[in-house]
Design a protein around this ligand. Structure first.
Ligand code: NAD
Length: 489
C-alpha cells in the first residue's frame, strides 16, 4: 500500500465519526476530537472523535438491547459470523498491517504477523462457540440429578492497549461473542484507527447491530467510570498496565463486577550452561525485540550462566548491531519506534540511571538520521547489580539488560523476586529447563522457545500480572457464567 492509498484507507474509515454504535459511525456528542500521531515522524495522521460519558452510555444502551437477541442465536449462527470475520480480516491483512504500522510505529512485518494472529482469534473462537459443553452427574447421596451448563455473562466492557491494537481487541471480542455476549470497547487513544477498521470487518461479517460498539476517547476514566457504574455491565476485561488494572478492580468492587485482567510483565530469559547458544540468541531476538520490545511477554531480564555468558553476549551483540531501525512502513525496517515521546524519554531515563549504577553498554544498533520520530536504539547492557532499574521495572522498549549468574538458587531468587509473573523463558537441556521452569512463578514459560502467544493456549499471568486467562478454552470461560440445575429424581 503506498502512502496515497493508505491516506485514502484512513479517510474511508471516517475517523471524524469514530463512535461506532449499532453498526453505524457517528461523531462524539461533544464534537470533540483528538489527534492520532505517526510515531515515525511525530506528525499527526488524522483527528478521531473523542467520546464522552454520553457516548459511553449510548454504546451501552445499544449493547444491552442487543444482548438477549445475540444470546438467543444458535452457537452455529454465532460461529459462522466469527468465521466470516476471520476470512475478511485475512483478506484485508495488508491494509490492516499498514494501518497498524502507521499509528503504532511497529515494523510492517510485525504488523502483518499481528494481523494474522488477531484474525486467528475469530477462527479459533468460531470453532469453540459450538463446543460449549456441560455436565450431568449423580450426587453422592442420590435423590437428585445435577445438570451444569454455561450461559453468557452479559454485557462486557473491554479496554485495550496500543501495543497490539488488533490482537488485544480480537482476543476479547471473539470469545465474548462466541459465548453470546454483546460488548462495548474502548481502544487505546494512541491506536483507535485499527479498532475502527475491525468494527467495519465485523459489520461486513454479519454481526448484528449493537453487538459490538466502540468508543474511542481521550478521557479514558470518564468512559470506564460510566461503564463500571452501570448495573448492565457484568464483566470488565482489561489489558494494560498494572496501575490502571488496579483502578479498574477498585471500580468493579462496589457492584462485584466480574473482572479479567491482563496486566504488566517482567519476563526473565534464562540461558543455562547446557543451552544451544545460537538457538538461544535467536530466541532472545524474538522475545526481546519483536514489536520493538513493547510486548507484555517481552524478555525483560536476561540471566546468563557464567559458562556461556561471553559467547552468548558476543553473538547477541553482533545480531543487535545489525538490526535495521526505521519507520514501520519501510519494508526493510526490523525495529520500529516506541509509541510516543513519553516512552522514548522513559527509555533514556532508565538507561542513564542503570549506567549511573555501573551498567555498561555492550552493543547498540544505529538510528535513522533522517526521521524525527520516537526512535530508541536496540541496546545490550551488561548489568552488574540485581537491583538495577533495568531488571526491576517493565522496560517496554528495545533495551536488553544481561546479568550473569552461577548458582541456581541465586538465579531463582532473582527470577521470582518480582511482583510480576506473566511470562518467562528458559534455554537449556530439556530436563534442566523443565526443572527450572516448574519453579518459576509465571503463567507462561517458553522452553527453548522465544514465543509463547498462541490462540489455542491459555494466556495470562500470576501475582500482579493479572487475573484470569485469555485465548483457548479458558479464554471462553471468562465470558461465561456457570449455571447449575438441581433436578428432582
Ligand atoms: P495503560 O494501562 O496505560 O492503557 C491501557 C488502556 O487503558 C488504554 O485503552 C488506556 O486508554 C486505558 N486507560 C488508561 N488510563 C485509564 C483509566 N484511568 N481508566 C480507564 N482506562 C484507562 O497501558 P498501555 O500503556 O496502553 O499498555 C502497556 C501495558 O499493558 C504494559 O504494562 C503491558 O505489559 C500491558 N500489556 C499486558 C498484556 C497482557 O496480556 N498481560 C498485553 C499487552 C499489554
Amino acid at each position: 500500500m503506498d502512502s496515497k492509498e493508505l491516506t485514502q484507507y484512513v479517510a474511508d474509515l471516517k475517523p471524524e465519526k469514530a463512535i461506532w454504535i449499532n453498526n453505524s459511525a457517528r461523531p462524539a456528542t461533544s464534537g470533540e476530537t483528538f489527534p492520532v500521531i505517526d510515531p515515525a515522524t511525530a506528525s499527526p495522521i488524522t483527528d478521531v472523535s473523542s467520546g464522552t460519558a454520553a457516548d459511553a452510555s449510548a454504546a451501552l444502551d445499544a449493547a444491552a438491547s442487543a444482548q438477549p437477541g445475540w444470546a438467543a442465536r444458535t452457537p452455529r449462527e454465532r460461529a459462522e459470523i466469527l468465521r466470516r470475520a476471520w476470512e475478511l480480516m485475512i483478506a484485508s491483512s495488508k491494509e490492516l498491517a499498514s494501518l497498524m504500522s502507521w499509528e503504532n510505529g511497529k515494523a510492517y512485518t510485525d504488523s502483518l504477523g499481528e494481523a494474522s494472529y488477531a484474525a486467528e482469534f475469530f477462527r479459533w473462537f468460531s470453532e469453540e462457540a459450538v463446543r460449549s459443553d456441560g455436565d450431568y452427574a449423580i450426587p453422592p447421596a442420590g435423590g437428585s440429578r445435577t445438570l451444569v451448563t454455561a450461559r453468557p455473562v452479559g454485557v462486557c466492557a473491554l479496554i485495550t492497549p496500543w501495543n497490539f491494537p488488533a490482537a488485544m481487541a480480537t482476543r476479547k471480542i471473539a470469545p465474548a461473542l462466541a459465548a453470546g455476549n454483546a460488548v462495548v470497547l474502548k481502544p487505546a487513544s494512541e491506536t483507535p484507527l485499527t479498532a475502527l477498521a475491525i468494527m467495519r470487518i465485523l459489520k461486513e461479517a454479519g454481526v448484528p447491530d449493537g453487538v459490538v460498539n466502540l468508543v474511542p476517547s481521550r478521557h479514558s476514566a470518564e468512559i470506564s467510570n460510566t461503564w463500571l457504574s452501570d448495573p448492565r455491565v457484568r464483566l470488565v476485561s482489561f489489558t494494560g498496565s498494572t496501575p490502571v488494572g488496579r483502578t479498574l478492580l477498585g471500580l468493579a468492587a462496589p457492584r462485584v463486577v466480574n473482572t479479567a485482567m491482563e496486566l504488566g510483565g517482567n519476563a526473565a530469559f534464562i540461558v543455562g550452561a547446557t543451552a544451544d547458544v545460537d538457538a538461544a540468541v535467536e530466541g532472545l531476538v524474538v522475545a526481546k525485540f519483536r514489536n520493538g520490545g513493547q510486548a507484555c511477554t517481552a524478555a525483560n531480564r536476561i540471566y546468563l550462566h557464567k559458562d556461556i555468558k561471553e559467547e552468548f553476549t558476543q553473538k547477541l551483540c553482533q545480531r543487535v548491531t545489525a538490526l535495521k531501525v526505521g519507520a514501520g512502513l519501510d519494508p526493510e525496517t526490523e525495529i520500529g519506534t516506541v509509541v510516543n515521546e513519553k516512552a522514548k524519554t522513559r527509555m533514556n531515563e532508565l538507561l542513564s540511571s542503570a549506567l549511573n549504577q555501573g551498567a555498561k553498554v555492550r552493543a547498540q544498533a544505529a538510528l535513522p538520521q533522517d526521521l524525527a520520530g520516537y526512535f530508541v536504539a536496540p541496546t545490550v547492557i551488561e548489568v552488574p547489580r540485581a537491583d538495577s532499574p533495568l531488571l526491576q521495572n517493565e522496560i517496554f522498549g528495545p533495551l536488553a539488560p544481561i546479568k550473569e549468574y552461577s548458582d541456581e538458587d541465586e538465579l531463582l531468587k532473582m527470577v521470582n523476586g518480582t511482583e510480576m509473573g506473566l511470562a518467562s523463558y528458559v534455554y537449556g537441556d530439556l530436563n534442566w529447563a523443565l526443572h527450572i521452569a516448574e519453579r518459576i512463578e509465571a503463567g507462561m514459560i517458553g522452553v527453548n522457545r522465544g514465543l509463547v502467544s498462541d490462540p489455542a493456549a491459555p494466556f495470562g499471568g500470576v501475582k500482579q500480572s493479572g487475573i484470569g486467562r485469555e485465548s483457548a478454552r479458558e479464554g471462553m470461560r471468562e465470558f461465561q457464567e456457570v449455571q447449575y440445575f438441581s433436578l428432582d429424581w
